[in-house]
Design a protein around this ligand. Sequence first.
Ligand code: UT7
Length: 333
Amino acid sequence: MARPFSIPVGITATGECFPERVITNDDLATMMDTSDEWITTRTGIKTRYWVEPGMASSDLGAKALQMALDRRGIGADELDAIITATVTPDMVFPCTSALIQHKVGATKAFGFDLNAACSGFLFALTTAAGMVGSGRFKRIAVVGADVMSSIIDKTDRTTAVLFGDGAGAVIVEAVEDGYGILDFEHHINGVGAPYLNMPAGGSLRPTSHATVDAKQHYIYQQGAEVYKNAVRDMAEVSRVVLDRNGFKPEDLALFVPHQANIRIMDAAAKRLEIPSERMANNISKYANTTAATIPTALHQSAVAGKVEKGDLVILAAFGAGFTWGGTLLRWSI
Ligand code: UT7
């Protein structure tokens, strides 16, 4: 398979940020009818981090980006663009990228936000890589940042236990030939919209007393429908990019699935015949941080030495929309 961009493009640094306040399953059991036993066995989640009031996605995103810049050894003024994937922007507008740009001092960057829910980081990575691949841009920051605690009903046990707050960031640049993004397979299908959404606050149902009374400013999810599509589609796109490039699951050093539920992650890995020690897994500590799960799991794998230069990696996402995708990389750091 020919490389997807006219020059080789990859990730040259990673960073992350989580808020300090840890929320345990026992803490949640004081807010709603749930238990540590149910949450642990059904989701694999033990804790999640929630921001204090006043802290927003741009605060976490700016810190994660600053870490990535520091690890790369460059200044924010060397960025050409910032793309932030989020479903929890600080405000509907301006975009969160503008707020992050100002916080890190990226004086020469332009930017925008991208909303594809839990697939947002992957789609933003491809967008940034295409821009660098065009030859017009040298360095682009891709941030996945979500403050999910701002849109969950903390009395609804079917959704509130699943989500956490966090941000991950990467720097996207030209890399050595044979390294970086080798291929990707991305999809969107609005047939999934009824199963996972936030009903009010958009142009269809502007926020009103009635929408707030009906709790339509919170996440709505039909978990079982999302579950089965997530397993099937994350496994399928990963298989497509492997097959298309002549690789086998045993060639992979690391599989980085979206962290929504350990049972979904394990089932997708099993379909791909990838053993659990080669699957990135941070869900028990951080829960589902939406656009931040993949960049933070990738960052932690890199820091722990689970992925090294030359290793083959697959990132796989599934989220509201439905959106889903897989990206095949040869690690270049
Ligand atoms: O990132 C976006 C993508 N999102 C996902 O990938 C999430 C996908 N879905 C899931 O992870 C799972 O479907 C859930 C974790 C949301 C639910 O797990 P499940 O095994 O599908 O459970 P269920 O919805 O079938 O519920 C089983 C029972 C129900 O009680 P009844 O009706 O059998 O009496 C629920 O009311 O468990 C009950 N339940 C809970 N009990 C204690 C649901 N949530 C809880 C809870 N604590 N937190």
